[in-house]
Design a protein around this ligand. Structure first.
Ligand code: AP5
Ligand code: MG
Length: 226
């Protein structure tokens, strides 16, 4: 299958969006665009923007639509994404964000919106054991996938810590907002014939195989003459 893909990943907190987005981005050789990672990088930089974003992130609240939409518009109009595509992780998360995205991507649109499905008890377990690199954002799990040296990132040597929004109250709020604001997007994209709901259980490799098979099937189907 040719490299290049235009994919959106939906899923509740801890479903594995980030884990799978990194893998799909390598597989299809396209940028991984994560709104959460972009906000966390801004917080680390100490910029004014990061200072504003931090209040929302730490409380598990959504950053206002106009801020997120402006940021994604800027990223998706750069040459790498317009030419090769993207794996969008964490955007859209509300109906106004989805409407804006589809308008921005006219006339090509997206190849597929993948909804990674997983039950809430599994995501709570995953979030409790998640650790991330405070420098490069690489993802670990204290149980299944710890860094080789405790507390030190395998990729960049940065410090591996718990995410500031992986607290009990922020997780509860993020899951509430997912149900209220983001879950309606499943029907929204389904009505437009763009959605595939795939199981998020099993090992990360098994999930990646499932996702790649579905993306390739859709891309094949979209080829002229198929
Ligand atoms: P964001 O960073 O997107 O966080 P999230 O939506 O809460 O999702 P997570 O990153 O927690 O989960 P994930 O699905 O990526 O799971 P992961 O792969 O890490 O957003 C953070 C904040 O930014 C938001 O709360 C909001 O404030 C703001 N924001 C971002 N986008 C926004 C938007 N569009 N609008 C408004 N505000 C926005 O996996 C979780 C753990 O499970 C890891 O430890 C991983 O190693 C492990 N794991 C993954 N897959 C498996 C597997 N198959 N088996 C076992 N363990 C696994
Ligand atoms: Mg993530």
């Amino acid at each position: 299958m040719n490299p290049g893909a235009r994919i959106v990943i939906l899923g509740k907190q801890g479903a594995g969006k980030g884990t799978q987005a990194v893998r799909l981005s390598r597989h299809y050789v396209v940028p991984h665009v994560s709104t959460g990672d972009t906000f966390r990088a801004a917080v680390r930089s100490g910029s004014e923007f990061g200072h504003k974003a931090r209040k929302f992130l730490d409380a598990g609240e959504l950053v206002p639509d106009e801020i997120v939409i402006g940021m994604v518009r800027e990223r998706l109009t750069r040459d790498d994404t317009t030419h090769r595509g993207f794996i969008l992780d964490g955007f859209p998360r509300t109906v106004p964000q989805a409407e804006d995205l589809m308008q921005l991507l006219q006339p090509t649109g997206v190849d597929l919106v993948i909804n990674i499905e997983i039950d809430t008890s599994s995501v709570l377990r995953r979030l409790a054991s998640r650790r991330v690199c405070s420098d490069c954002g690489a993802n670990y799990s204290v149980g299944d996938n710890p860094p080789r040296v405790r507390g030190i990132c395998d990729v960049c040597g940065g410090e591996v810590v718990q995410r500031d929004d992986d607290t009990e109250s922020a997780i509860r709020r993020r899951l509430e907002l997912y149900e209220r604001e983001t879950a309606p997007l499943i029907e929204w994209f389904e009505a437009r014939g763009l959605l595939a709901t795939l199981e998020g259980t099993g090992s990360p490799d098994e999930v990646t195989d499932r996702l790649v098979s579905e993306v390739d099937r859709r891309k094949q189907r979209a080829l002229p003459g198929c």
